[in-house]
Design a protein. Structure first.
Length: 120
């Protein structure tokens, strides 16, 4: 029955059926399906308010963890394109990846302005 659902629809399905069941677990935090659905919906609304829409390319630069998962799911929930970026990239590598992927929006860890490519 759930074989053709999008990731967002699958999360909503599980949030309705098993809202308290953990979906994301890391050493510091656990997030249940119900909370995940609520948080990603709110984040998605914020992204849309910031101008992100279906097909927008969103670079995600942050360490692995629950925040990464929440943000990635919020981005894909609105039909935007997730561009994961490693926190281990050098400034030159980051610039190349941002340019190659035609990233329109960045989200995540603060990067000193001097490290960002021109126009990013």
């Amino acid at each position: 029955m759930t074989e053709h659902l999008t990731v967002g629809a699958l999360i909503r399905h599980h949030a309705a059926d098993t809202p308290d069941k953990p979906m994301v677990v890391d050493p510091k935090e656990r997030i249940a399906y119900g909370d995940l659905d609520e948080k990603t919906r709110a984040m998605a609304s914020g992204l849309v308010a910031a101008g992100v829409g279906k097909g927008s390319r969103v670079g995600l630069l942050m360490p692995n963890g629950t925040d990464w998962v929440l943000t990635a799911l919020a981005v894909t929930r609105i039909g935007a394109i997730l561009v994961p970026l490693s926190t281990m990239l050098t400034p030159t590598e980051l610039e190349a990846q941002l340019r190659t992927a035609s990233v329109q929006f960045r989200h995540g860890r603060r990067v000193p302005r001097a490290r960002l490519p021109r126009g990013a």
